[in-house]
Design a protein around this ligand. Structure first.
Ligand code: GLO
Ligand code: MG
Length: 347
């Protein structure tokens, strides 16, 4: 019999935040980074998503040996807490060398910085025994189209993917597409772009995607179809489930909070494809409300996870016979009404 997927969940330390936004500073005291790990298990999470400098703060100033030793400490700490590192992402958007992009900067020395930093990120992942390298290509784009040669930028991105694959034969590159913010237009806006890069690379089986619901919505696309596309190519390495209220700044709202039906469809597509059966995580990239009282604020993580599991139940209790009959008779009016009643608990 087909075993039901036991989903495992992950988030990154940045998802427990102090509430700063571009218009005002922090509204809660800083919760120490190293204390966040103790919160994971009680919240029902076992996977930790990292930026490279979440593992090794101040890494730009440290030697390879110092980086390795700090990363090994973190590896032990994770092990003691029963946690698994899901991925490490080079944070290529804070340093002054990445002001105009990293791999696609027009400046050779800035591109060299990006590559050195990426190698250190891979070294950190290796020390953690973690194979996923996430590329959220934050500043690889432009504010005005004429600023960069876009064709050359795409070639540089492909060269970088190949260089990562060559630098370490065990790692996988997981590209997290996003169409805009912080740039006006990003060079890898959708999962289609990411998967094209995968197939063009030296080792297509080691290049995959990480789909964030809000990013797909910002691109005007349906997250469940984006996920289905990646799954059809066996290239969905991870997800960042969340929600987004219209075309505005990236909101990272709670999963399902805006469009429950779209959230249901993401869960349905994942569940139908058996996502998670090979250990893939359900990542939640959700942001705490600035208005929320408490310290630390974690209800957004607990609630988004709970909502995901409620939707799994909705998917599993969907009457497939009705769905098939409606498809057969091409009666999508009946299918839609059945689905809406099912979501409302009326059928
Ligand atoms: C921002 C992204 C960001 C990434 C994270 C991991 O829009 O969603 O949170 O997911 O930095 O690379
Ligand atoms: Mg994300």
């Amino acid at each position: 019999m087909n075993q039901l997927t036991q989903y495992r969940f992950s988030f990154g330390p940045w998802n427990i935040s102090e509430g700063a936004d571009p218009f005002g500073g922090e509204v809660r005291p800083v919760f120490p980074h190293e204390d966040k790990f103790a919160l994971y298990r009680p919240l029902g999470f076992e996977g930790v998503q990292f930026h490279d400098d979440d593992v090794v703060p101040g890494m730009d100033e440290l030697s390879a040996a110092q980086i390795e030793s700090k990363a090994s400490e973190v590896r032990k700490m994770l092990h003691n807490q029963g946690l698994t590192p899901e991925f490490v992402a080079p944070r290529l958007w804070f340093a002054k060398q990445t002001t105009d992009g990293a791999y696609t900067s027009n400046c050779a020395s800035e591109r060299a910085y990006a590559w050195e930093r990426t190698k250190k990120c891979i070294d950190i992942a290796r020390a953690l025994d973690c194979k996923g390298i996430v590329l959220w290509l934050a500043r690889e784009g432009t504010y005005i189209r004429e600023a960069k040669d876009a064709r050359l930028a795409y070639q540089r991105l492909l060269e970088t993917v190949n260089a990562i694959l060559d630098y370490d034969k065990n790692v996988e590159v997981w590209i997290e597409p996003k169409p805009n913010e912080p740039t006006d237009q990003a060079y890898v806006p959708t999962i289609g772009h990411a998967i094209a890069l995968a197939y063009a690379s030296h080792a297509p089986t080691r290049v995959k995607g990480l789909i964030e619901s809000a990013h797909a919505l910002l691109a005007g696309l349906d997250p469940s179809d984006e996920m289905a596309f990646a799954l059809a190519h066996d290239k969905l390495a991870s997800v960042h489930l969340n929600d987004q209220n219209g075309l505005k700044y990236d909101q990272d709202k709670n999963f399902g909070a805006v469009n429950l039906r779209a959230a249901f469809n993401q869960v349905r597509v994942l569940e139908e494809a058996g996502y998670g059966k090979r250990g893939e995580f359900i990542g939640l990239d959700v942001k705490a409300f600035r208005t929320q009282r408490g310290y630390p604020v974690t209800d957004h993580l607990r609630n988004s996870r709970a909502l995901f599991l409620m939707l799994v139940e909705k998917v599993r209790s969907l009457d497939q016979t009705i769905v098939e009959q409606c498809r057969e008779s091409r009666d999508y009016e009946a299918l839609e009404l059945y689905l809406l009643k099912h979501l409302m608990g009326l059928q």
